[in-house]
Design a protein around this ligand. Structure first.
Ligand code: TMP
Length: 270
């Protein structure tokens, strides 16, 4: 794959903003077919009914997601990721986002535990893939393969590709985190259609970070202390930045002395 040249780097002030989401902004990239993905510090939950700004979160998610996507690319799992550009931004390939949140679960937690009355922390008999239709007004409802193909959000072939990608990403991530003492409870990924000439393939897009995964410290039994992901924010546990820093430190991507610039009060881990 040809690497886009960055000599056409456009200063932030002159960039065209393509899309702004809850935690990220997409700008036009330096080459046709590329975009710049900018990670904000905004934290939202419950369809943005709960909001805050956590200084340094975007920097950590940029680094953690870069680490994961680099590994996926190296393993031949196709993604939109090209390279990290700076503390908050990465260069990505422009894809057409498939309007599904693909959730892979290994352990009962969150909405699955609630929906089916399962005790949080119960190992599932096998990994389970769920689909949610990306629609803020409808609050991202759970949908089945029937809905997805009947309404044309993805074709049956694309769904097969998405499920195969989800299984491979889950196997890789579970092993990566297990190696650093973290249990991958569940995670959300998004996929996009990438066109190369007349050929289209489905690739992993968006981000994979502690914002979009449940990560529990293996050695800690305490239900709150073990949480190293965005549930610290959702459940008002505090210490979100410290938890994300711990994930980055264990993955070997954020040396001790290189801390995101934090202004204002920092949250103290309970
Ligand atoms: P859930 O248990 O709330 O359905 O979440 C499952 C996983 O998906 C969890 O790791 C958090 C992630 N997730 C997102 O990244 N974005 C979302 O909007 C939701 C609802 C969940």
């Amino acid at each position: 794959m040809q690497q886009p040249n960055l000599s056409r780097y456009i200063p932030m002030s002159r960039r065209r903003r393509i899309y702004e989401g809850k935690a990220k902004i997409l700008y036009e990239g330096p080459e046709p077919g590329t975009l710049i993905q900018h990670f904000k510090d905004d934290a939202t939950a419950y369809n943005a009914r709960k909001k805050d700004v956590i200084d340094g979160k975007g920097v950590l998610n940029n680094r953690i997601s870069e680490h994961i996507f680099n590994h996926l690319n190296e393993m031949g799992i196709p993604t939109h990721f090209i390279r990290r550009l700076n503390m908050r931004e990465q260069l990505i390939r422009e894809v057409e986002i498939i309007p599904l949140e693909v959730v892979v679960r290994n352990v009962a937690a969150g909405s699955l535990a609630k929906r089916l009355g399962l005790e949080e922390g119960t190992q599932l008999p096998r990994s389970i893939i769920e689909f949610y239709y990306k629609n803020d007004e409808l609050e991202d409802p759970l949908v089945t393969e029937e809905h997805i193909t009947a309404f044309g959000w993805a074709t049956p072939q694309e769904l097969d590709d998405i499920m195969a990608l989800a299984v491979r990403v889950n196997d890789f991530l579970a092993g990566l985190f297990l190696g650093v003492g973290i249990r991958l409870v569940d995670f959300k990924m998004e996929c996009g259609r990438l066109w190369e000439n007349d050929l289209m393939r489905v690739v992993v897009a968006d981000e994979i970070s502690p914002d979009s995964a449940r990560l529990w410290d293996i050695k800690t039994d305490d239900k709150e202390a073990k949480v190293l992901d965005k549930d610290r924010f959702r459940r008002d546990l505090g210490g979100l930045l410290e938890a994300y820093q711990e994930v980055a430190r264990r993955l070997g991507i954020m040396p001790e002395q290189e801390r995101p610039i934090v202004s204002g009060p920092t949250l103290v881990q309970s």
